[in-house]
Design a protein around this ligand. Structure first.
Ligand SMILES: [Zn+2]
Length: 191
C-alpha cells in the first residue's frame, strides 16, 4: 500500500468527470487499498479517486460513529438508483477543501449500486451520515465539490482563502522556512 497525495482545491483535476472502471482488477484493488490508507492517514471518512489524481469512478468510505459503523467500504462505479424526497442537512468538510465546513442539504436516504472489491454487484441503502458521504464522494466523480452546493459568495470566499494559503506555503518553502507546525488535523467529518 502507498500513501497518495490529496489534491487541494482550486485545481482543474477536481472539476473533471471520472471514467467508469471496466473491471475490478488487481490495479483497481491496489488503488482502493491506497485510497483507504490515504483516507485513514488524513484522517477522513471518505475519499474519491479524483482527489488523488486518478480519474476513475472509485470511492472508499469508513464511518465510525455511535450511530453508524460501516468498516472499510470500497465501491467501483457507484450509482444512486433511488433517493428519498426528504432532505437531511449535515455540516460537510472535504479533504480537498481543508479547514472549511458548510451545511449541505441532500436526500436523507439513498440506495447505491456498485461493484465491490471482488467485482461483485452490490446494492446498499444508506441513511444518516453514510448517505451524505456516499453522495459527497459520487459528486467528486462528476467534478462536483460540496462548495458547489453552497452560495457562490461563500464558495468564492473559501477558494480565495485556499489560494492565499497555498501562496503562503509556497513562499515559506522558497524562504526555506519549515511549514507551520505541520498540517492541522482535520476533524473526522472530512471526506
Ligand atoms: Zn470531498
Amino acid at each position: 500500500m502507498a500513501l497518495k497525495t490529496i489534491i487541494i482545491a482550486p485545481d482543474p483535476r477536481l472539476k473533471k468527470k471520472s471514467k467508469p472502471v471496466v473491471s475490478v482488477d488487481a490495479e483497481t484493488r491496489q488503488l482502493m487499498d491506497d485510497m483507504l490508507e490515504t483516507m485513514y492517514a488524513a484522517p477522513g471518512i471518505g475519499l474519491a479517486a479524483p482527489q488523488v489524481g486518478v480519474l476513475k469512478r472509485v470511492i472508499v468510505l469508513d464511518i465510525d460513529r455511535e450511530e453508524v459503523k460501516t468498516g472499510p467500504l470500497v465501491m467501483a462505479n457507484p450509482e444512486i438508483v433511488e433517493a428519498s424526497d426528504d432532505d437531511a442537512t449535515y455540516e460537510e468538510g472535504c479533504l480537498s477543501v481543508p479547514e472549511h465546513y458548510s451545511d449541505v442539504a441532500r436526500p436523507a436516504k439513498v440506495t447505491v449500486r456498485y461493484l465491490d472489491r471482488d467485482g461483485e454487484k452490490q446494492e446498499m441503502t444508506c441513511d444518516g451520515l453514510l448517505s451524505t458521504c456516499v453522495q459527497h464522494e459520487i459528486d467528486h466523480l462528476d467534478g462536483i465539490l460540496f462548495i458547489d452546493h453552497i452560495s457562490s459568495l461563500k464558495r468564492n470566499m473559501i477558494l480565495r482563502k485556499l489560494l492565499k494559503a497555498r501562496k503562503e506555503a509556497e513562499r515559506d518553502e522558497e524562504d526555506g522556512e519549515k511549514p507551520k507546525s505541520g498540517k492541522s488535523k482535520e476533524p473526522a467529518s472530512a471526506m
